[in-house]
Design a protein around this ligand. Structure first.
Ligand SMILES: [Zn+2]
Length: 93
């Protein structure tokens, strides 16, 4: 019998392990730059707890995890994407 094990990832903010489905995935896409919940490349994960995604140090942590520098507008876009995702979880981003 094949057991289906969820893919576990660590939140870069609280360092807790979660099912990948329950995390926001931020990817540094090879071609398109930083993407949320899509893209291929180096990725970092943040859990859906308000404490983590609105962490004042989240940008620094992301930059370290993705080994890149994020544009100043990133946090604004990030907050907007996450808010819209939380308000419409079925719509996606
Ligand atoms: Zn977290």
């Amino acid at each position: 019998m094949i057991q289906h094990t969820p893919v576990m990832r660590i939140c870069i903010s609280c360092k807790k392990t979660y099912d990948r489905k329950d995390l926001f995935k931020i990817t540094k896409d090879h071609k398109q730059g930083i993407m949320i919940q899509k893209g291929t490349g180096r990725s970092a994960y943040i859990c859906k707890s308000n404490k983590c995604y609105s962490d004042s140090k989240i940008k620094k942590k992301l930059q370290k995890a993705l080994k890149t520098s994020l544009e100043p507008a990133f946090l604004e876009i990030f907050a907007k994407e996450i808010t819209s995702y939380i308000n419409n979880p079925n719509k996606g981003i």
